[in-house]
Design a protein around this ligand. Structure first.
Ligand SMILES: Nc1ncnc2c1ncn2[C@@H]1O[C@H](COP(=O)(O)OP(=O)(O)OP(=O)(O)O)[C@@H](O)[C@H]1O
Ligand SMILES: [Mg+2]
Length: 317
């Protein structure tokens, strides 16, 4: 049997199970009580519960028949907005079961062009008596004003370390994994408030080992441990170019990291270094320059080493 995907297996089925997003959940629960909904705009970073809340809401409103009253579409379906509107029309044609309206959940609404959003707005207007729309996006500012003004806005926040920790510990124990303290810390560091990312990491790591340590996590995500990155930066700033270079090469080989990921981690760790703000600014500027060079297609290893050389020079001043 193919193993279930944990992000689906552990998707909360009720609003009460949703981690964090307290404000959002409270407001949604009040709609369940009154059995009425406005059109809504869910805005926030990936993996923070937008789709999950929409489904949980539908379950609570419609019970066992929720699927019949809930349509999930990707707004930016590559076949175009007309295909999306066609599907909405088909779905909206029939009556809701066990309720007064159906819910249409549109993912990635902010990927639509302005024209497509205007077309969508007209469709929303047309079915406003029989359907409620939930538009999901990463940035509400990318949604045209006429849609924004017709929707109640819900802001989803990156999940706190505490919320992610609780959920990951729960899943780990349910899956009979041993999760070490440095293992969970690594998951928190890499997931950056994205619970989907955290759960996927745990599942990939579990395929390697039932004991989830820092080492396993950084291997599966092809990222370096923060302390290894810090060591490279510190050597370079101390003028020890060859030590820094050799650690860098180890990293690239051990973790199979891409150049831009190394830069991304350099960028993140610079803020934890014990240097002046002025020096930090200088290093960030350098990273941006080398990021651009790599993006333009220059040889990654040469550029990374050249960046270390620049750090050596910056450290001397
Ligand atoms: N707030 C949360 N509480 C509990 N589980 C969550 C939460 N957010 C995310 N998850 C977990 O991560 C998975 C993905 O979450 P979800 O689909 O809700 O993300 P999303 O916000 O819709 O992201 P995207 O912007 O990429 O569509 C869920 O199946 C669930 O396992
Ligand atoms: Mg989603």
């Amino acid at each position: 049997m193919v193993e279930a995907i944990w992000v689906e297996k552990y998707r909360p089925k009720s609003l009460d199970e949703v981690a964090g997003q307290k404000e959002v959940v409270e407001r949604l629960k009040s709609y369940v009580k009154t059995h009425n909904l406005p059109n809504m705009l869910f805005a926030g970073p990936p993996g923070t519960g937008k789709t999950t809340c929409a489904i949980a809401l539908a379950r609570e409103l419609f019970g066992g028949v929720w699927r019949r009253n809930f349509l999930e579409l990707n707004a930016s379906d590559e076949r175009g907005i007309d295909v999306v509107r066609g599907k909405i029309k088909d779905f909206a044609r029939t009556q809701a079961i066990g309720g007064d309206f159906k819910i249409i959940f549109l993912d990635e609404a902010d990927a639509l062009t302005k024209d497509a959003q205007h077309a969508l707005r007209r469709t929303m207007e047309r079915f406003t008596t029989t359907c409620r729309f939930i538009l999901s996006c990463n940035y509400s500012s990318k949604i045209i004003e006429p849609i924004q003004s017709r929707c109640a806005l819900f802001r989803f926040r990156p999940l706190s370390d505490e919320d992610i920790r609780k959920r990951i510990e729960f899943i780990a124990s349910n899956e009979n994994l041993k999760l070490t303290e440095d293992g969970i810390k690594a998951i928190l560091y890499v997931s950056e408030g994205d619970l989907r990312k955290a759960i996927n990491m745990l599942q990939s790591a579990s395929a390697f080992d039932k004991e989830i340590t820092e080492e396993v996590i950084y291997k599966v995500v092809a990222k370096a441990r923060p302390k290894d990155i810090r060591k490279i930066l510190e050597h370079a700033l101390n003028g020890e170019f060859f030590k820094a270079r050799s650690l860098l090469r180890d990293l690239i080989i051990t973790y199979g990291m891409a150049g831009e990921d190394v830069l991304f981690q350099f960028h993140k760790e610079i803020f934890n270094l014990n240097i002046s703000d002025e020096e930090k600014v200088k290093l960030i500027e350098l990273i941006a320059e080398y990021d651009f060079r790599i993006l333009e297609g220059a040889n990654e290893l040469i550029q990374l080493e050249a960046l270390l050389a620049q750090f050596v020079l910056a450290g001397k001043k």
